[in-house]
Design a protein around this ligand. Structure first.
Ligand SMILES: *Cc1c(COP(=O)(O)O)cnc(C)c1O
Length: 418
């Protein structure tokens, strides 16, 4: 459910017209609905309400400080994958004991930063990483709380680029080998084993893979018990999918019910790391039509947003609904909706049936709140675009559009070139 609705043929976000925002901030821009964000967080949180749990929002899905702040105010924690994300989390006052740190390539500096912060736990992704965390904790006189991210080898049946829980993926530690690794962890001086973690992939639209993964983790937890290792935290990662087009993902309540049902009499605190399901449908990308162009073979709608602003269609062949901000009765055409970037891969839709739009008209690219701005770049020296948050009848620019000056910040031309 979201709060982007048409009123008399015109798109509104809560009680603000999208046209009005566009006229004030220019295009393109990302637009988020506060009410939708809060609603999505609460529904997810409430679904796990009957058991001890922490909702650790996955910062990489949308890392804007204001967005993070919304979840912190709701009592949420964060799942981070870099020192930069840790910095962001601390900027908005996340309780360190609600921070979990995943990722296969944590650097020494990042590990030190997290140890100094006193995060809840590292989700350790390799044997070598475990050793390094122990060494750094030793050097700093700290105890590092950890979970091993195990790879349960389940097929999440999602796009190959966003599946992470298969044996062939780079993530986690093979579940078969993890018991041995846990025993080793237990023997390390500055490591405290507190959890088990997995994350099987993203945009997962079925329940079965989550339940399969949980079954395997439960089995591991009972083996660990025999080794004298008590698991306090069970981190099931994120990955619940959303509707972009015609997908029918489980509702968070069904998802939680299935997980809690399958967890049996496990006594632990659940950690969930949702990203997309919270922010995906709470944001859109607003763009303007620059030109229409037709060749013998194709129609092109050329817009002012490109693959550098929203890369999902190019990267994963993702579908985003694209609709005019002002609906008028008119005929449909089949067109590629493309950006200004000098790449043939620069498209937001291919072969799409859309109304015949006019130069200067606004378009809304729906479901763009997750992995939209965070994956954007300056390719073609395009300033990154503004982000706007609506709350009721007001809107706030929560990230300014970058300037040309921002584009060259930090660059230097050595004297011999001057
Ligand atoms: C990306 C990621 C998530 C969030 O995934 P969504 O599909 O956005 O819910 C959670 N945990 C880890 C470890 C991740 O890498």
């Amino acid at each position: 459910m979201d709060y982007f609705n048409f009123r008399e043929q015109t798109l509104w976000c809560e009680d603000v017209s999208v046209e009005e925002i566009a006229s004030k901030v220019g295009t393109p821009f990302y637009l988020y609905s506060h009410k939708t964000l809060v609603h999505h967080f609460r529904v997810f949180d409430l679904a796990f309400g009957e058991v001890p749990h922490i909702i650790c929002f996955s910062v990489k899905a949308n890392s804007n400080l204001s967005i993070l702040r919304i979840f912190v105010a709701e009592g949420g924690g964060v799942d981070i994958v870099s020192g930069g994300e840790l910095y962001r989390a601390l900027q908005v006052g996340v309780d360190p004991m609600k921070i979990v740190y995943s990722g296969v390539g944590k650097t020494l500096d990042e590990i030190d930063y997290a140890l100094k912060t006193g995060i809840l736990m590292f989700n350790v992704e390799s044997s070598e990483e475990l050793g390094v965390i122990n060494e750094r904790a030793c050097a700093m006189g700290k105890l590092a709380r950890i979970a091993l991210r195990v790879n349960p080898d389940v097929d999440p049946k999602t796009h190959p680029h966003i599946s992470t829980g298969l044996k062939s993926n780079k993530f986690g530690i093979d579940i078969e080998k993890s018991r041995e690794e846990y025993r080793r962890a237990k023997g390390l001086s500055n490591i405290e084993v507190i959890g088990v973690d997995c994350h099987i992939g993203s945009q997962v639209t079925q329940i079965a893979p989550f339940v399969d993964a949980l079954d395997r983790l439960k089995n591991l937890i009972s083996l660990l018990k025999k080794d004298g290792i008590e698991v306090e935290y069970l981190d099931l990662g994120g990955g619940l999918g959303i509707t972009y087009n015609d997908e029918l993902p489980p509702h968070p309540e069904q998802y939680a019910k299935a997980i809690l049902g399958a967890s049996g009499d496990l006594k632990c605190t659940f950690i969930l790391e949702p990203g997309r399901v919270i922010v995906g449908n709470a944001g859109i990308l607003v763009t303007r039509v620059l030109y229409n162009k037709s060749t013998d073979q194709k129609n092109f709608v050329i817009i002012d947003a490109g693959m550098n602003d929203l890369i999902r269609p190019s990267l994963y062949s993702s579908y985003h609904l694209i609709q005019p901000v002002v609906m008028k009765g008119r005929e449909s055409i089949v067109a590629d909706v493309v950006g200004p970037i000098c790449e043939s891969g620069d498209f937001l839709a291919k072969g799409r049936t859309i109304p015949r739009v006019e130069r200067g008209e606004l378009l809304a690219v729906m479901s763009a709140g997750a992995y939209g701005f965070t994956m954007s770049s300056n390719y073609n020296s395009r300033p990154r675009i503004a982000e706007v948050l609506v709350r009721d009848d007001q809107f706030f620019v929560i990230r300014e559009r970058e300037s040309y000056r921002d584009l060259v910040r930090g660059e230097d031309v050595p004297n011999f070139l001057k």
